[in-house]
Design a protein around this ligand. Structure first.
Ligand code: PEP
Length: 254
C-alpha cells in the first residue's frame, strides 16, 4: 500500500458507552476531511459499534488496540485477530508502550502478534519508541531501530504493505511534552533509511510513519512539517471531537 496521510486516534480505556456513542456522533458532525485517512482505535467492547457507525455511516476506519498472539484457545479475557476480522475490523494497534510496560509485551511476542494479525487480513499499526533515559543517553535511534528489526524485519515485502509504523517517544505520551518537529523528523528519517538499507527502498518509500506523543491542535501543524512524518497517533486529544478535527485538518493541509 502506498504512503498515506493517516490521523489515528487512540481512545485507550476511556469513555463509557453513552459517552463513546456521543463522541462518534460529535466526530461525524465535524465532517472529517476526505483527503486523509482517519482511524479510531476504540475500546474493544465498542468495536462493533465502531464498525457499524464509524465505518459504514461516517466512512472512517476502526482499529482494535491489541490482539492476542495465539490464533485461539484458553486465554481468558483476550481477543484474537480472527475475532477482529470476523466483525470487519480493519486495523489493530500492536506494541503500544503501555502494553509493553504494563503487560510486559516483548519484541518476540509482538512479532507473533503482527504475524497473526496480518494472516487474518488486518492492517497493523506498530508502535515503537524510547524512554526518557534512553533519549538522554543518546541511544534513541539505535534503540527504536532495534524494536523495528526485532518485530517486523521477518515480514515479506507483501506483508509490509499492511504495516504502518507509529513512532511514540514514551516521554511524550500523555505528558504534555511533545518531541520537537526536528526530533520527530530525525527518528522518522532514520527509520526510513534503515528500512531502505536493510530491507528495500520500495518498502521504505511506501511505509507510512506516524508520530505520537501529546499531539494536539496547537502543535500538529508543526509536527506535520517533517518530510517523513505521514500523520499522527493521537491519544488524549482524540477524545474531543473539535480538537481531533483540528488535527485532522492540519494533516489534510500539510
Ligand atoms: C498514545 O496513546 O498513543 C498517545 C500518543 O497519547 P497522547 O497523545 O495522549 O500522548
Amino acid at each position: 500500500m502506498p504512503r498515506r496521510k493517516i490521523a489515528a486516534g487512540n481512545w485507550k480505556m476511556n469513555k463509557n458507552y453513552d459517552d463513546a456513542l456521543q463522541l462518534i456522533r460529535d466526530i461525524s458532525a465535524t465532517n472529517p476531511p476526505k483527503e486523509i485517512h482517519t482511524v479510531l482505535a476504540v475500546p474493544s467492547i465498542y468495536l462493533k459499534n465502531g464498525v457499524d457507525m464509524l465505518m459504514h455511516i461516517i466512512g472512517l476506519d476502526v482499529a482494535a488496540q491489541n490482539c492476542h498472539q495465539e490464533p485461539s484457545g484458553a486465554y481468558t479475557g483476550e481477543i484474537s485477530a480472527s475475532m477482529l476480522s470476523s466483525i470487519s475490523v480493519p486495523y489493530v494497534v500492536i506494541g503500544h508502550s503501555e502494553r509493553r510496560e504494563y503487560f510486559h509485551e516483548n519484541s518476540q511476542q509482538l512479532a507473533s502478534k503482527v504475524d497473526v494479525a496480518l494472516s487474518n487480513g488486518l492492517q497493523v499499526i506498530f508502535c515503537c519508541g524510547e524512554s526518557l533515559d534512553i533519549r538522554k543517553s543518546g541511544n534513541h535511534v539505535p534503540h527504536v531501530c532495534k524494536q523495528i528489526r526485532e518485530s517486523l524485519f521477518h515480514l515479506s515485502d507483501d506483508q509490509w504493505s499492511n504495516v504502518i509504523i507509529a513512532y511514540e517517544p514514551i516521554w511524550a505520551i500523555g505528558t504534555g511534552e511533545t518531541a520537537s518537529p526536528e526530533q520527530a523528523q530525525e527518528m522518522h528519517q532514520a527509520l526510513r533509511t534503515m528500512i531502505a538499507n536493510e530491507k528495500s527502498s520500495n518498502i521504505a518509500e511506501n511505509v507510512s510513519i506516524l508520530y505520537g506523543g501529546s499531539v494536539k491542535p496547537a502543535n500538529a501543524k508543526d509536527i506535520f512539517t517533517g518530510e517523513d512524518v505521514d500523520g499522527a497517533l493521537v491519544g488524549g486529544a482524540s477524545l474531543n471531537a473539535d480538537g481531533f478535527k483540528e488535527i485532522m485538518d492540519a494533516l489534510a493541509r500539510s
